[in-house]
Design a protein around this ligand. Structure first.
Ligand SMILES: [Zn+2]
Length: 397
């Protein structure tokens, strides 16, 4: 673990070097990036297949950091691949560039927000927390349930229970809301996150309207979604930001939902790939195809369940399968969390599990309504932190 320490301390002890931030260029391949920065292309070619694939998951406009010496020599570059992993390129003591995949260090805090409506929930949550993401998540959760324009009145209480990650004292990534409530016209509206990652009301009815279907009939999942996994044998960090379905070559691939094809072409890692943008802002991805259905091209409109291509093994693939991804903007999400479920409502064990979650959150709502805690403003201690070498935690001096 100690080997990551120096890199975490870099913002503090720059030894005359400067940190420059830059955005990942959309559409730029990793090789072009290396070329532009005059870095050895061998950095890419030396990677194994899995890590080469990882370079294709760098979200467009990702914020990257580069440490440059006074003599204008690149000493380090950090490129986030997702919210848990980053690529690190650094100049070793032997003046050789080395690249590896390392975890991003952040701290998770459990928080409860209490606020009252003054103007509109979005603005009030933003004002109380400074988090646009939290405000937007809240509004999204109640969309279609509460008319924020019409029914809301000043003084209506809001409670949000969530986890927020912080990195170096600042908000990092999307908050994970486990429950929220708002009182409107004397009526309480609550939303609860179940163990399946979806939001439900008090009766267990589902909130999210956009439900997708599996892209393969009789699908057999061979590999699940993970943003960070430590490979115990290879001693490496891996990510798999999609799910794999094993299937015979030529098996039909169906569009997971209505939408418009926004990419139909070849990419190094993913091979023949189709991306479809859906009306709710999500984009689905279908990789390693043998071929596309005739007539499917960039801009094609497709319906849910429509044939778009055939299972193959193109790109960096170890055998015929469909790699199926789902993205919210450029952030990969678990595709299975937005698939339509067969049954409506909870029964048996699942129902008891939901009731337990609901009861726990209702208690927090009640307590918070009673105590009305004032949210601490997050302190920006960017310039006054250090990172503990054993715990990796950010501490103030
Ligand atoms: Zn895959």
């Amino acid at each position: 673990m100690g080997r990551y320490l120096w890199l975490l301390l870099l913002p503090l002890f720059l030894f005359g070097s400067t940190v420059k931030t830059f955005k990942w260029n959309n559409g730029e391949s990793f090789l072009t990036f290396l070329e532009h920065k005059k870095l050895p292309l061998a950095l890419y070619y030396r990677l194994d297949k899995e890590d080469q694939k990882l370079t294709e998951d760098i979200p467009f406009s990702a914020t990257c950091q580069m440490l440059v010496s006074r003599k204008n020599i690149i000493e380090q570059i950090l490129i986030p691949v997702n919210d848990e992993l980053q690529l690190q390129i650094y100049l070793s003591k032997k003046k050789k560039y080395i690249m590896r995949v390392i975890p991003i260090v952040a701290e998770m805090y459990h928080e409860v927000l209490y606020t009252e409506v003054k103007t509109a929930p979005y603005d009030d949550i933003l004002k109380a927390t400074g988090s646009k993401n939290l405000a937007a998540t809240f509004v999204k959760m109640f969309k279609g349930r509460v008319n924020f324009k019409k029914d809301i009145k000043p003084g209506n209480p809001i409670v949000i229970v969530y986890n927020q990650q912080y990195r170096l004292g600042k908000y990092f990534l999307m908050p994970e809301v486990s429950g929220a409530m708002i009182e409107v016209g004397g009526k309480r509206y609550s939303v609860y996150k179940h163990t399946d990652g979806r939001y439900y009301d008090a009766k267990g009815a589902q909130y999210e309207k956009f439900l997708f279907k599996l892209p393969i009939r009789n699908a057999r999942m061979t590999s699940g979604f993970t943003k960070r996994r430590y490979h115990p044998v290879l001693h490496r960090y891996r990510a798999h930001v999609g799910v794999d379905f094993g299937a015979r070559p030529g098996t039909q691939i169906l569009s997971t939902g209505d939408g418009r094809v926004c990419f139909a072409g070849y990419s190094n890692g993913y091979g023949k790939t189709i991306k479809i943008r859906h009306s709710n802002g999500l984009t689905s991805l279908y990789a390693h195809q043998k071929g596309f259905k005739k007539g499917i091209h960039n801009g094609s409109k497709v319906k849910q369940g429509e044939l778009i291509g055939y299972v193959g093994s193109t790109g960096l693939s170890s055998g015929p399968h469909l790699h199926f991804g789902m993205y919210d903007g450029s952030t990969p999400i678990n595709p299975m969390s937005v698939m339509k479920k067969k049954t409506e409502g909870f029964t048996g064990k699942e129902y008891r599990r939901f009731v337990a979650i609901r009861t726990k959150l209702d208690k927090i709502f009640k307590k918070t309504m009673g105590t009305k805690p004032v949210k601490r403003k997050s302190i920006d201690f960017q310039n006054t932190y250090y990172v503990d070498k054993d715990t990796f935690k950010v501490k103030t001096f």
